[in-house]
Every structure is written in structure tokens, then in C-alpha cells.
Design a protein around this ligand. Structure first.
Ligand code: ADP
Length: 483
């Protein structure tokens, strides 16, 4: 590695051989490094595992100046610092958790190649520190996980917005923003927020070639959990780490318990655990003391584990972007890995309510029929239950159940009791989800409970119907209805 700026040639071998030992650069690494060396601002939007870090790790080694790296998570920085030190690179983390006072002094004299900070630390560091370090030499200011800058991104952090204050201090220093997910809107936000000047924008491929994706329908029932546990235990024992993302803490706890009972070393991680317990769980997972981590999406950024072989979603993620990010935590080392998404129809009910009716999936069906009679029956029954129940109660009433809760509420006296027994519960629920997506029924959430009631549109439908004739309501036959 040449020591002076004038010494270096922009040549692959010279860039990477000594510290990293990689045979070649990956896509965009060399281009971004070249631009940084030319002091140009850069925005690198490259997939997880594509090697973004190298873009800010190489310039300080070539130029013998310090690179400042802003990162949102202390654990993430500590991991990076540790692996850089192992490669003989002078790296350190500067933050309130840093107990060694000499680090601060060394840092401002330009001792470190890479100096990691949280955005809060960078913004609260006194001007005198920056001026001293500038004199020693700062070769770049990198903002990792840069999508946190944007309110349009999925992990907005208000402190990231303050980083542009440093623009006026670090005058000649190129700013380098890096992220794995950024829509056009988020990219513009990053560029504007960091006041980037004619930045070089590198957008890599988002195709993770080593990841297999699969989607399966499931029923949220105990036999299914047992089946899932069996599948996971088969896979986890031979293949390596698995993350199971659940949509609720209740699901996390249930699956965690079932896996533990099956004798699989399983960790748990969710937002209601203490930060100490979460850290311990994370650490055990990283150290391969656990085979499986069952978590909510609180187990998020900073999972920099290369050998995660399987990411399972037990229930749908919030958006396609979240799914890319969450499933993308597997196979960072490039080895074939799998992502399974298990969904129930109910997972889409909320999304359908807001986006329903705007795509061919909702609008076009090869098998449709007039379901006005059944819809009339279901909506009238839901109305009689007065909106105080989820779907199970009205469906059970229609199917003629004499369960205690039905007798206690005197719903067995309703004229609809038993009129829908020719169809299964799933059939009725499937019809209900369609009526929700078409705006005849509305689902509301109170705490973790869901309630269903008839919307004004649904009431209008009921009122305009006569017992022997309802206005036509053509709906597609779903898989559940065909069963
Ligand atoms: P990202 O930050 O984009 O998610 P990382 O910088 O953590 O990705 O890199 C992912 C993995 O790829 C790391 O294990 C890293 O050592 C490796 N890597 C980076 N660049 C190269 C390269 N040019 N050749 C081989 N491996 C590389």
C-alpha cells in the first residue's frame, strides 16, 4: 500500500492486497473509491452483503488520513472495529460508552484510519476536535445506513438529519452515503439532507443470487406450529443459523417455546425485553451459541452475521421494502440460503382495506359468482353482533354453533343462527376478507384485538335488499372457497 497520495496508482492489486486479500473488487467498489480519492461526494446504494464497507475502508489506508464513519448502532460499530483491528487496521469507536480517555486524544491527532461514531456523538463533538483532526487529515465522512436520514425510509432517525451541520466544518471532505435500500425519493432526500454537491451515485443490482425465495399459505394453528418446528429443526441442525420473524410478541413466545421444547437452541428477541436481555440474546446468536433466533422486527439493523442460512417470516412483513431488508439478512457470505414467507389471508386484510381494488389480483378472477345472498347473510349477522366481535363469533353463529359464549349472548336466537352451516368457517372468513377489501365491512383494532363491523356501504347494501332478492355482488372464488 503506497503511503503518499502521489504514490498510488488506481490499480486493483495495490488497493486491496495487503489488508483484505481479496482477489478482485466487486461491482462499484473501485468506482466509488476512485471518486472518494478525487474528493467527490458519493451515494452508494448497494445490496446487503455487496461490500459497501470496503468503499470507505480503503481510502484511509491509501491516504493515511482518518475516515469518519457514522453508524446508527454501537454493536454494529464494535463488531466492525474488532474485525478491522484483526486485519491490522487502526480503527476505533468514539462515543459516550468509550471509557478509554486516551482514544479521544489519539483520535484528534489522526492516529486512526477509521473512527466510528453515532450521529449524536458526531453532532455533539466540539469544533476544536474537528479542527485539530482536519489539520491531521480527514479523507472522508461516511454515513452508513444512510436511509435513516429520510422520513420516507423504513428506519428514520431524527439525529441523522443534523449531520449536515458538519458540512460547514468539514469543508473539503467528501461525504459518502451508503445504504442497501433507497427508493428514488429516499435517494433525493439523502442527497439534499447531506447537502451533497454533484455526487457520484452508484446503484448496484438488488438481485441476491444466492437467495431462494418461497411463499406458503398456512393456518395459524397448533398442528401448523408443530409442522414448522419439525421443518426448522431438520434444517437448522444441519445448515446453520435461522431467524424467524413473527408479527406479534405472542407468536414469538409460542414459537420460541415450541422450538425449545423440541430441543433446539433458540433465542428470543423483541421490544418488550430489557436492553440487556436483548444484547445478550443478540450476542449468543452472533457467537453461534444459538441455532435459531425467534424475533419481531425489533431484531433489525446491525445483524451483521455472514452465515445466516434461513430467514422465515411467520406472517407477512409490513412492506416489500421491509421484506427485502429482513430476508436479506441471510446469506451475506454468498452461500446459497433460503427465505420462506408463511402468510395467512388475514395478513392482507389491513393492506387490502387501504390498497384493495387497484390491482389485477383484486379485480380479475377467472372464477367468479354472485355472492349477494351469502354476503347479505354475513353482513346482517355481523350487524346483529353490534360490532363487538371479531369474525369468529358471527361465523360461528351462522354455522349454528351452540358454544357457551353464543348461548350467553343469546345469539342462538338470531334468525341467522345455523343458516350458513353448509359452508366451512374458512369459507365464511374468506368471504368476509373480500367484503373488507371491497369496503362493505371494516376491521378495527383495539390493542391486539380485531373487531369487525358493517360499513355505511355495507349498511346501504343490506337496506336495499329484500329477503328474496339482493342486489348482485359478484366476487371471486378464492382457494379457501373452492376447498
Ligand atoms: P455491506 O455493508 O454491503 O452489507 P460488507 O461490507 O459487510 O457488505 O461486505 C460483505 C462481505 O463481503 C464481507 O464479509 C466482506 O469481507 C466481503 N467482501 C467485501 N468486498 C469483497 C471483495 N472485493 N471480494 C471478496 N469479498 C468481499
Amino acid at each position: 500500500i503506497p503511503r503518499k497520495e502521489s504514490d498510488f496508482e488506481k490499480n486493483d492489486e495495490i488497493y486491496d492486497a495487503q489488508y483484505f486479500g481479496y482477489a478482485n473488487f466487486r461491482a462499484y467498489q473501485k468506482e466509488v473509491i476512485d471518486q472518494i480519492l478525487d474528493k467527490r461526494d458519493c451515494l452508494a446504494v448497494m445490496a446487503t452483503g455487496s461490500g459497501k464497507s470496503l468503499c470507505y475502508q480503503v481510502p484511509p489506508l491509501l491516504l493515511e488520513k482518518t475516515a469518519i464513519v457514522i453508524s446508527p448502532l454501537i454493536s454494529l460499530m464494535q463488531d466492525q472495529v474488532m474485525s478491522l483491528k484483526q486485519r491490522g487496521i487502526r480503527a476505533e469507536f468514539l462515543g459516550s460508552a468509550q471509557t478509554d480517555g486516551s482514544v479521544h486524544t489519539k483520535a484528534q491527532t489522526g492516529h486512526f484510519h477509521l473512527l466510528f461514531m453515532t450521529p449524536e456523538k458526531a453532532c455533539s463533538t466540539p469544533l476544536s476536535f474537528w479542527l485539530k483532526l482536519l489539520e491531521a487529515g480527514i479523507c472522508l465522512f461516511a454515513v452508513d445506513e444512510a436511509h435513516c436520514i429520510s422520513e420516507w425510509g423504513h428506519d428514520f432517525r431524527v439525529e441523522y438529519k443534523q449531520l449536515n451541520k458538519l458540512r460547514g466544518v468539514l469543508l473539503e471532505v467528501p461525504f459518502v452515503a451508503l445504504t442497501a435500500t433507497a427508493t428514488e425519493k429516499v435517494r433525493i432526500d439523502i442527497i439534499n439532507s447531506l447537502k451533497m454537491n454533484n455526487p457520484y451515485v452508484a446503484v448496484g443490482s438488488f438481485d441476491r443470487k444466492n437467495l431462494f425465495y418461497g411463499v406458503k399459505h398456512f393456518n395459524r394453528s397448533l398442528p401448523f406450529v408443530d409442522e414448522l418446528v419439525q421443518e426448522i429443526s431438520k434444517y437448522a441442525r444441519k445448515a446453520g443459523s435461522t431467524i424467524i420473524y413473527c408479527t406479534t410478541i405472542k407468536d414469538v413466545e409460542q414459537i420460541h417455546k415450541s422450538l425449545q421444547e423440541a430441543g433446539i437452541k433458540t433465542g428470543i428477541y423483541h421490544g418488550q425485553m430489557s436492553s440487556k436481555a436483548r444484547e445478550e440474546s443478540h450476542r449468543s446468536f452472533v457467537r453461534d451459541e444459538l441455532l435459531v433466533m425467534v424475533a419481531t422486527i425489533a431484531f433489525g439493523m446491525g445483524i451483521d452475521k455472514p452465515n445466516i442460512r434461513q430467514v422465515i417470516h411467520y406472517g407477512c412483513p409490513k412492506s416489500i421494502e421491509s421484506y427485502y431488508q429482513e430476508s436479506g439478512r441471510c446469506g451475506r457470505d454468498g452461500i446459497p440460503s433460503v427465505c420462506w414467507l408463511y402468510y395467512t389471508r388475514a395478513d392482507f386484510a389491513k393492506a387490502d382495506f387501504y390498497c384493495g381494488g387497484n390491482c389485477d389480483n383484486c379485480m380479475v378472477s377467472k372464477r367468479e359468482r354472485d355472492m349477494s345472498k351469502e354476503s347479505f347473510l354475513l353482513m346482517s349477522c355481523i350487524q346483529s353482533c353490534e360490532g363487538n366481535w371479531g369474525l369468529n363469533m358471527p361465523v360461528d353463529v351462522l354455522r349454528g354453533s351452540r358454544a357457551k359464549k353464543i348461548l350467553n349472548a343469546h345469539f342462538d336466537k338470531l334468525p341467522f343462527h345455523g343458516l350458513g352451516k353448509d359452508y366451512s368457517s374458512n369459507w365464511w372468513k374468506s368471504l368476509a376478507y373480500q367484503l373488507i377489501s371491497h369496503g362493505y365491512l371494516v376491521e378495527t383494532f383495539r390493542d391486539t384485538y380485531k373487531f369487525v363491523r358493517v360499513s355505511p356501504k355495507g349498511k346501504q347494501f343490506i337496506q336495499s335488499a329484500r329477503p328474496d332478492h339482493q342486489p348482485a355482488l359478484i366476487l371471486p372464488l378464492t382457494d379457501e372457497m373452492a376447498e
